[in-house]
Unconditional design. Structure first.
Length: 290
């Protein structure tokens, strides 16, 4: 299976010449067109039919050399992860570490490598997360964030936990919290029961903080300020944050504030879109994949 395909819309955004036509409507699957890869030069792209979900646009194949390199990177990360598992006691220990870091019991077995990938786009997303994990030490040094965005049931939480697992295996520390848990934890210090600043300081300690379900809590002024304070504190200390959300850019901005959103969604952030519908209801994923 060709694992790295990009939609016509994505290709149109990257290649100005394609913006003048709707390739998925005017061309049939099997059509070819010369394209230029910014890294590897000219190649011939092929328009291929996407059978799921019904009515979705067809796909242009990506640069074949990029595909080969991404496959090799993912295989390298998997091989390194397996070697570390054998040396340090395996998956059971990793699962215990994840639960201690706040991961729900349901997801303690989640890893990048057991994420179901019946669609080519899923393989591509999985490999991008694996690449980010491979470069985590660099992300820690410079404070690069990662955003996993998509509809409910697309496997975002599974891959976020899988990312945490890889960070643990590389010797790093992590923390998992939902947006509502972050807000409630800081609000619990109001009235002299603690210090909001001490909680925020504690949340800057882990090498990676995963905040799940961002955009699902209320967007009250206090909630927005709290989320902004936490993300900005980690930004200031160059600590990577993983945001997991099914919100669009506007809704996300409402929940973290405009200035924070600007920093969070900057060019240094890795944005990964889960561009398929709820896969649990279609039978593509199990409950633990979300």
């Amino acid at each position: 299976m060709d694992i790295n395909r990009i939609s016509a819309e994505t290709l149109e955004a990257a290649v100005p010449e394609m913006r003048s036509i709707d390739a998925t409507r005017t061309l049939r699957p099997g059509a070819t067109a010369p394209r230029e890869c910014r890294m590897h030069g000219d190649f011939m792209a092929t328009l291929e039919r996407r059978v799921f979900p019904r009515g979705a646009p067809n796909w242009w194949t990506q640069c074949p050399r990029c595909e080969t390199e991404m496959e090799a990177d993912a295989a390298d990360v998997h091989s390194s992860a397996t070697a570390r598992d054998n040396h340090h006691g395996g998956e059971q220990r990793a699962g215990q570490q994840l639960v201690s870091a706040g991961v729900p019991e349901l997801f303690k077995g989640a890893s990048i490598w057991n994420f179901a990938t019946p669609l080519a786009t899923m393989v591509r997303v999985k490999n991008r997360v694996a690449q980010w994990a491979k470069q985590f030490h660099h992300h820690v040094e410079v404070g690069h964030n990662i955003v996993l965005a998509g509809a409910v049931g697309t496997g975002k939480t599974h891959l976020a936990v899988g990312l945490m697992r890889e960070v643990h295996k590389s010797g790093g520390t992590t923390r998992y919290m939902s947006e509502s848990e972050v807000i409630e934890l800081i609000q619990s210090t109001y009235g002299g029961k603690g210090s909001p600043s001490s909680v925020i300081e504690a949340l800057t300690k882990p090498d990676l903080l995963v905040i799940d379900e961002v955009g699902r809590s209320n967007d009250s002024q206090d909630s927005v300020r709290i989320m902004g304070d936490v993300i900005n504190a980690r930004y200031g200390k160059q600590r990577p944050t993983c945001i997991v959300t099914n919100a669009n850019r506007d809704t996300l901005t409402k929940h973290v504030g405009e200035n924070t959103a600007s920093r969070l969604l900057s060019s240094t952030t890795t944005m990964i879109g889960f561009k398929w519908p709820d896969a649990r209801t279609t039978g593509l994923l199990t409950e633990t994949d979300e």
